[in-house]
Ligand binder design. Structure first.
Ligand code: DUC
Ligand code: ZN
Ligand code: ZN
Length: 481
């Protein structure tokens, strides 16, 4: 008699990025060990009853417990942020370890690993944010960190305390190229934003809705084009994060037509919000939806949907950047209604990312189920060197799984699990929500949240395997752990 499995999920309608098939899934030691029918005895059986089962979501762009300037604090740490992730079907998160100007990048990574330690309910990796590319960072710290499993870094083209100039960007891209790492670009033209902001403030136009006027599509289009040109000069792949609309998408399509390796990400706010959500009057309510780039309009939403459908976008991430409306450390710094350029940028979305796209993408007939899995799990895992451990339902992969309940439900912040006092999607009618989320074989959500603080492990990222010309040493295999 062979040992029983830890768990068998019976009657699963399995969806991967490539296939849909019916199977039972056997799990032992937190990994998928068998797929098929009549697999044998198990200590626990869960009946999926023919419902769709997908790989757990990989949210490759979220901000948790990031150090902010002044009085501002993020609302979610690794406890509340990964709790919300789990309840929305996400089993891997990739937040950021941000260097502060004048400080070491390696020290920042150590500090962020401390902030996460013992708190996470699901697995996590880190992207780096490079804000001060000194010779020591470029020549020693970055190469050492890439070798340790921090293989992606975000470069900001805007925000005074973060932005790099073009020469610095070329330096960082050169390191990415030399070591096979991937640079992620926040593409907005800082000088244009500053100039527009000054004019708006001089005219007394300070309400949240003017945030969108200070960051029009043109500033994103110009910076997207420049990021592509800089990457072309260095001859290295890049990923443009949080693409918001047509003009940036046109730049990416143009680059792809030239054969350049330009990957792209979009986020729920560019499909489901518009600039009107920042306010149609001067009310401070619109501060809830202040994020950068800002949401655009219905026509741009359609263009983004086209890219979601036709393969333009590689990944679909939340860009969860959580700030509360109440209190003194969130959207009202020191308790005050501030002018738009001082409102902390970001909106919550880690828990709603998958249900929104499943409902309005898959069940509304805009994308296939396989494309949903590709965008939300498989491609982010491949892009950041976590595949096939993550992002797949295959023998040897982690048992990170979601059973979907296709039934009407309404988004209510009171039912969410982040530490933010609002959701931009309040009242939206959805068609599905995860019935159950499994993280390495543990049930973390089944309509109730099951606390697994410290269960979430830090993941060492390999090199990207999504690019057609990825070097053979980047091909990841399932390693003994
Ligand atoms: N924009 C960012 O670049 N990061 C966090 C949130 C936001 O709105
Ligand atoms: Zn950004
Ligand atoms: Zn972000």
């Amino acid at each position: 008699m062979s040992e029983p499995f830890d768990l068998v999920i019976q009657n699963a309608h399995v969806a991967t990025a490539s296939d849909i098939f019916d199977a039972d899934i056997a799990v032992t030691g937190g990994r998928i060990v068998r797929l098929g029918k009549d697999l044998g005895a198990a200590r626990r059986i869960i009946d999926a009853a023919g419902r769709v089962v997908t790989p757990g979501g990989v949210d490759a762009h979220c901000h948790l417990d990031e150090i902010m300037s002044g009085p501002v604090r993020m609302a979610d740490d690794f406890h509340t942020g990964t709790r919300a992730a789990a309840c929305g079907g996400t089993t891997t998160v990739i937040p950021f370890a941000a260097q502060q100007k004048g400080h070491s990048l390696s020290a920042a990574v150590q500090a962020y690993r401390q902030r996460a330690a013992g708190k996470a309910h699901v697995d996590y990796a880190f992207h780096l944010i490079v804000t001060d590319p000194t010779p020591a960072v470029l020549q020693q710290e970055l190469p050492a960190l890439i070798a340790e499993g921090f293989t992606s870094f975000k470069i900001y083209m805007t925000y005074d305390d973060m932005k790099l100039d073009d020469g610095q960007i070329l330096d960082v891209l050169s390191v990415a190229k030399a070591h096979g790492a991937l640079a992620m670009l926040h593409a907005e033209n800082a000088d244009c934003i500053q100039w527009l902001t000054r004019r708006l403030l001089q005219a007394g136009q300070t309400a949240p809705r003017f945030h969108a006027q200070a960051r029009p599509m043109l500033v994103e289009r110009e910076a997207t084009h420049r990021a592509i040109a800089l990457a072309e000069l260095v001859d290295t792949p890049i990923l443009i994060v949080h693409v918001s609309g047509r003009e940036a998408i046109e730049q990416i399509r143009w680059a792809r037509a030239l054969g350049l390796s330009v990957l792209a990400e979009t986020c729920p706010q560019y499909l489901f919000l518009t600039a009107d959500d920042l306010g149609i009057d001067d009310s401070y309510h619109g501060a809830r939806c202040v994020c950068s780039p800002p949401p655009r309009d219905a026509a741009n939403q359609e263009v983004v949907w086209n890219g979601v459908r036709d393969g333009l976008f590689t990944v679909f991430s939340s860009d969860h950047a959580p700030f509360r409306m109440d209190g003194t450390v969130g959207k009202r710094p020191d308790g005050c209604e501030v002018s738009f350029e001082r409102i902390p940028n970001g909106i919550p979305g880690i828990e709603t990312r998958l249900p929104l796209l499943y409902s309005e993408g898959v069940l509304a007939g805009r994308i296939t189920l396989q494309r949903f899995v590709e965008l939300t799990s498989t491609n982010p895992a491949k892009t950041y060197g976590l595949h096939p451990r993550k992002g797949s339902i295959a023998i040897g992969s982690d048992a990170d799984l979601v059973i979907w309940q296709e039934a009407p439900c309404t988004v209510r912040n009171t039912r969410l699990h982040h530490n933010v006092d609002y959701t931009p999607y309040e009242g939206m009618q959805l068609k599905a929500w995860p019935a159950l989320t499994l993280s390495r074989g543990e049930v973390v959500w089944d309509g109730a949240f099951h606390d697994h603080s410290g269960h979430g492990q830090w993941l060492r990222c390999g090199l990207p395997t999504i690019l057609p010309n990825a070097p053979s040493h980047a091909r990841n295999v399932i390693q003994p752990r």
